[in-house]
Design a protein around this ligand. Structure first.
Ligand SMILES: NC(=O)CCC(=O)C(=O)O
Length: 264
């Protein structure tokens, strides 16, 4: 499979509308060179631009949904379109990731379970999702997660129990904790014997420089590709069959003894 992780720069000198248009074009540019495209978390506003969340919140099928569905269809790719500040019809906001099939249909929506900020920011402005989300592609099963989720290994075990082989992380991870990002991406890959495709953002918004350094890790924990700090399209080719091979040759997942379901 060929994947493109588009590490978008989220800076305040670009409007949400301008960025939406630019990102649509970047996705279209992957036509013919990617099967799967992954975008960062909350790239319309910036993951730390808390004061924009309410104003820029959209219904699930709002302008970002429409632009990304079209971009997926135009490019003929599976698109993890990052996440949007979603306003539920009942009122609450969610940090919601959208995955589209190559014909532009919504394949899955994932409401971020672990909200960042302790007692402020996202943690108080957004409601928490409750459902784990996987997406079956012809070549692999995707497990969907968002940013701060990366710190919670039990979420990924839950995804593996649901068949996930390729773990996607869409993030707006700050530069000041970049070492955690790289370490945790490798840890999630090794412990779950799965690919990890983690797409962060670049630029600076709300005074928070972003780490960039999107990363792709194989089921043995080796880094297949890593971006720099700025806006970049990180392209990688990976073999989904290596997940089953790794799990067969080094069957650590089968030795789980804490009463959890073995992986399917
Ligand atoms: N947007 C986020 O979830 C940020 C997470 C983060 O900064 C951290 O886990 O560290």
């Amino acid at each position: 499979m060929r994947a493109s992780l588009i590490q978008i720069a989220v800076n305040e000198d670009e409007s949400v509308g301008e960025r939406r248009e630019r990102v649509g074009s970047l996705v279209r540019e992957q036509a013919g060179s990617a099967d799967l495209v992954v975008l960062p978390e909350l790239w319309t506003t910036g993951a730390f631009a808390y004061e924009l969340f309410a104003d820029e919140a959209e219904p699930l099928e709002g302008p970002t949904f429409a632009a990304m569905a079209k971009a997926a269809r135009d490019a003929g790719v599976w698109l993890h379109a990052g996440s949007i500040p979603e306003r539920d019809p009942e009122g609450p906001l969610y940090n919601t990731a959208l995955v589209f099939s190559p014909d532009g249909e919504l394949a899955a929506a994932y409401r971020k379970i672990h909200r960042f900020g302790f007692d402020k920011g996202e943690a108080v402005l957004m409601s928490a999702g409750e459902e784990l989300v996987t997406v079956r592609l012809p070549e692999t099963v995707l497990g969907v997660s968002t940013c701060y989720d990366l710190r919670f290994p039990e979420l990924y075990r839950g995804l593996v129990d649901r068949g996930a082989e390729t773990l996607l992380v869409s993030a707006g991870w700050p530069e000041r904790r970049r070492s955690h990002w790289t370490l945790l991406a490798q840890a999630r890959a090794v412990e779950n014997q799965a690919y990890v495709l983690a797409c962060g953002s670049a630029g600076t918004h709300a005074g928070v420089p972003q780490a960039g350094h999107s990363i792709v890790v194989d089921p043995w924990g080796e880094v297949l590709a890593e971006a720099g700090a700025g806006e970049e399209v990180l392209r990688v080719e990976f073999d989904p069959a290596r997940v089953a091979e790794t799990r067969d040759r080094f069957p650590a997942l089968k030795d789980r003894t804490l009463g959890l379901a073995p992986p399917r």
